[in-house]
Design a protein around this ligand. Structure first.
Ligand code: 5BU
Length: 497
């Protein structure tokens, strides 16, 4: 273990977190097998963090990792969800001198009858500390009595997000969920270390997918098939919900993207055009809760190494987004193979999707497929561009649409501007992503042209808004991302009719 855990202000690395996952496995806080839950369901995974009280070193590392998640968050007091999180909250309190409150699980029917113990004033902000979030129900049980006492709750920190709807439930209650890692991340680490078989990992993932707890509020697209709707991906009429289109996707990354947009209720991609990797990673952690895709231009960062790629992957797992390297490949097949797999950046090692021009002809798709196909990656073809005077129009755009339709095993969609204006709808499994988006239409001095989320998703018929400067130049990028997410999602819901 690196020395960071010994210091209260030290930055915790991806390696520290990986080692913590291994420790949790070795003390059997995370187990795999067949476990009958209270509900009667048989689960292939069992997480019980109560055991960490017997391992003070693990408890301290858990507290440090969780503290790190809320380092930039404002709060005056903390409250652990009884019982498992109480020692964690206590440990965070002791390590950082942050006062704590306690919620009684059973309110005393004698004496003071207080539900909340400790010293506080109405109007103070309270951070909720929890070990594990599944549905989020236990967290809400603790939020209610705190709010009843006049405390304000905006943030919840957990060690593990089981990815079964807790984050969506928190969001629907106006709460931000900060998790140190997801169950998917635990599986990745344990499979990589040969401690869990890939088949077990697959079984757990299938269990998680089949046991989602959060029902989107009415008005949101339902999980039921859209009866008799024609298979139209874009255009202004008869749009299918993302979860339906995921079933039509032939590329693994495209399917994951459509599923995650539906699950996370976000069709926002952020363009991380910042100067260095530290700023890029900070941005990924800030906007992560609100985005479906994090887009990079790896060649604008002042430096790059494999550890940065690994840390970006950890953040992608933590916040549930895909990484898109906007490389715009444009060479012959043989060259793009080397550019995608090798070089300084080793793009295929850390990105889920990338993009290419079709100028060289279909050999570019074949070359990139030979690297990305076996890894489950996807390719976006550039069909239109946002810049003034772009030459990708008309017959060229239509040739791109045809090439995408003919290569759906690897091509997951398009960079486009207004697919609703194309002569024919594209197959429903293909995704449209659109850059050149700000809350007000306009442009910059170098030819960039901006449309609004409503016009891009609505009349334009696109699926995902890509926003760079509208978010990264904002005083508060996280707040700006939340605004763009809301605008993009409202436009999508309106387009569904
Ligand atoms: P902006 O700050 O929102 O303008 O950033 C837009 C991003 O999308 C930026 O990274 C561009 O390189 C990228 N982009 C674009 O703006 N227009 C295009 O047609 C394509 C990519 Br393709």
């Amino acid at each position: 273990m690196s020395g960071n855990f010994g210091e209260t202000t030290g930055r915790i690395t991806a390696r520290d977190i990986e080692e913590l996952v291994l420790s949790l496995h070795s003390i059997q806080a995370v187990k795999f097998g067949e476990f009958t839950l209270k509900s009667g369901l048989v689960s292939p995974v069992y997480i019980d963090l109560r055991v960490i009280v017997s391992y003070p070193d693990v408890l301290r590392r858990v507290a440090e990792v969780m503290w790190e998640q809320v380092a930039g968050t404002q709060f005056e007091v903390m409250c652990g969800v009884p019982y498992t999180a109480l020692p964690i909250a206590t440990c965070m309190s002791l390590l950082h001198g942050s006062p704590m409150l306690m919620r009684r699980k059973e309110v005393k029917d004698y004496g003071t009858k207080k539900a909340i113990e400790g010293a506080f004033k109405a109007g103070q902000t309270c951070l909720i500390v929890e070990d594990l979030v599944t549905s989020g129900a236990s967290v809400m049980e603790t939020v209610a009595p705190l709010e009843a006492e006049g405390l304000k709750v905006a943030d919840v920190v957990v060690l593990i997000d089981r990815q079964q709807g807790g984050a969506a439930r928190m969001a629907s209650n106006g709460l931000r969920l900060h998790s140190a890692f997801t169950l998917t991340f635990i599986l990745d680490v344990l499979v990589r270390h040969g401690l869990v078989a890939p088949a077990t990992s697959d079984a757990v993932q299938a269990f998680l997918a089949a046991n989602q707890t959060f029902q989107a509020p009415s008005g949101a697209p339902s999980a039921a098939p859209a009866a008799a709707a024609p298979p139209v991906a874009n255009g202004t009429a008869a749009r299918l919900p993302f979860e339906e289109r995921a079933k039509a996707a032939q590329n693994a990354a495209g399917q994951r993207l459509l599923e995650l947009m539906a699950r996370k209720r976000s069709n926002l991609a952020v363009a991380a055009d910042v100067a260095d990797t530290a700023a890029m990673l900070r941005l990924a952690d800030q906007v992560g809760p609100d985005i479906c895709v994090f887009k990079t231009h790896v060649d604008i960062f002042s430096s790059w190494d494999a550890a940065t790629g690994a840390e970006l992957r950890r953040l992608a797992d933590k916040h549930d987004f895909l990484v898109f390297e906007d490389r715009k490949f444009a060479d012959i097949g043989n060259t793009v193979v080397a550019q995608y797999a090798g070089g300084v950046h080793r793009i295929a090692d850390w990105s889920d999707l990338t993009n290419a021009h079709l100028v060289p002809g279909p050999g570019i798709i074949d070359g990139l497929r030979s690297v990305g196909g076996p890894r489950g990656h996807g390719l976006l073809l550039l069909a239109e561009m946002s810049s003034k005077g772009a030459l990708a129009t008309g017959a060229y755009t239509q040739a791109v649409a045809q090439a995408a339709a003919a290569n759906q095993d690897f091509v997951m969609g398009f960079i486009s501007q207004a697919p609703a204006k194309w002569p024919a709808p594209t197959p429903p499994g293909l995704v449209h992503m659109t850059p050149g988006v700000q809350l007000a239409a306009g442009g910059d001095a170098l030819g960039q042209q901006y449309n609004t989320p409503a016009s891009v998703i609505g009349a334009g018929g696109s699926d995902v808004i890509i926003v760079g400067r509208g978010i990264i130049k904002a005083d508060d990028p996280a707040a700006a991302a939340a605004r763009y997410r809301a605008a993009g999602w409202a436009a999508y819901e309106a387009a569904l009719g």
